[in-house]
Design a protein around this ligand. Structure first.
Ligand code: AKG
Length: 312
């Protein structure tokens, strides 16, 4: 009996090591072939999924200059495209819920590690954004047009996340990633892109979302500034920001940015002491058909928790 348990344990350890090795090779391939840290297989499957949906889409839009730019850079600032009354209603419901334990919860990617080091968590997420029905109304036909125009294909919505990030002391961020504040790629199939919408006014002191263009991502991964250092230690230079090779999502509530977070290194900035930042994040994936009504109730509540997720 004991022998059997030992051999089962050994078998599981070997299987885990093989899986880890395969994943390391896959990520190394992504870095080498595609200039990002998303596994090579997810780069390939994302491109194929995107190609299939592009083929089903209006040809003149596929080739729009904006779609070409988004494909080339991996980032586009959309300005303030949303109806401000609808957004104000969403923000007010979010604000009423985000510090109430009945509707929101403290969040970290690795909560146990963060708690062990910091004895606290520094982000709160809404449990169920589906309860904010105005989110469905936010995505009007003209917003769908705008997103398709930049994405160059039809899209589906995989999930919605709404969260608040708080200040974290630098000695903690030097040891652990409190809420995606270390530079990273998301490592999912590359047709998945994220729409970020600030719900509070955000300046450089309130921890803006930051992203590097695709070419800057490849450069960062090769550079001495990045490689071999703790990733959190990488601070963009004034030149990186001035040339737009790294962008920060700052502005009044409602400012929005589309980013291919699989292909572009990105991070959440850390707000200064006493400040916080509220964000709405909508995750899009390629689709052969236009977005269906009722998408909000069909989103995947397990996204982010599971490595596999449901496509709409
Ligand atoms: O909250 C942010 O600004 C960044 C979030 C992020 O890194 C992600 O969703 O992958």
């Amino acid at each position: 009996m004991i022998d059997r348990q030992v051999s089962d344990g050994t078998y599981q350890d070997v299987a885990k090591s093989v899986k880890r090795l395969f994943r390391d090779i896959d990520v190394w391939g992504g870095r080498l072939l595609f200039g990002n840290t998303t596994p090579a297989l997810n780069n390939v499957s994302g491109r194929l999924a995107r190609m299939r949906s592009t083929r089903a889409f209006d040809r003149s839009l596929q080739e729009s200059r904006d779609a070409q730019n988004f494909r080339r850079l991996g980032i586009v600032n959309l300005g303030y495209p949303f109806n401000r009354h609808v957004l104000a209603e969403i923000t007010s419901k979010f604000q009423g819920a985000i510090e109430d334990d009945r509707y929101s919860f403290p969040y970290a990617d690795r909560p146990n590690t963060v708690k062990r080091i910091a004895n606290a968590l520094f982000c709160r997420k809404l449990c169920n954004p589906r309860s904010i029905s105005e989110l469905e109304t936010l995505i009007t036909p003209s917003i769908i047009d705008l997103l398709e125009h930049n994405y160059g294909a039809h899209f589906g919505i995989v999930t919605v996340e709404m969260y608040r990030t708080y200040h974290v002391e630098s000695q903690i961020t030097a040891q652990v990633d409190p809420y995606s504040s270390w530079w990273h790629c998301d490592q999912r199939p590359t047709d998945l892109v994220k729409l970020f919408i600030n719900l509070t006014e955000v300046d450089e002191n309130s921890g803006p979302f930051m992203a590097a263009t695709r070419s800057m991502t490849a450069e960062m991964l090769r550079s001495e500034r990045f490689r071999g250092r703790h990733e959190t230690a990488f601070d963009p230079s004034a030149k990186d920001l001035a040339t737009g090779r790294i962008v920060a999502l700052t502005g009044k509530p409602g400012v929005a940015m589309l980013c291919n977070t699989q292909e572009c290194l990105h991070r959440a900035g850390v707000p200064q002491q006493g400040r916080h930042r509220d964000l709405l994040q909508i995750v899009l994936c390629s689709s052969k058909a236009p977005l269906k009504q009722g998408w909000l109730q069909a989103i995947d509540p397990q996204f982010g928790k599971a490595s596999r997720y449901r496509r709409p």
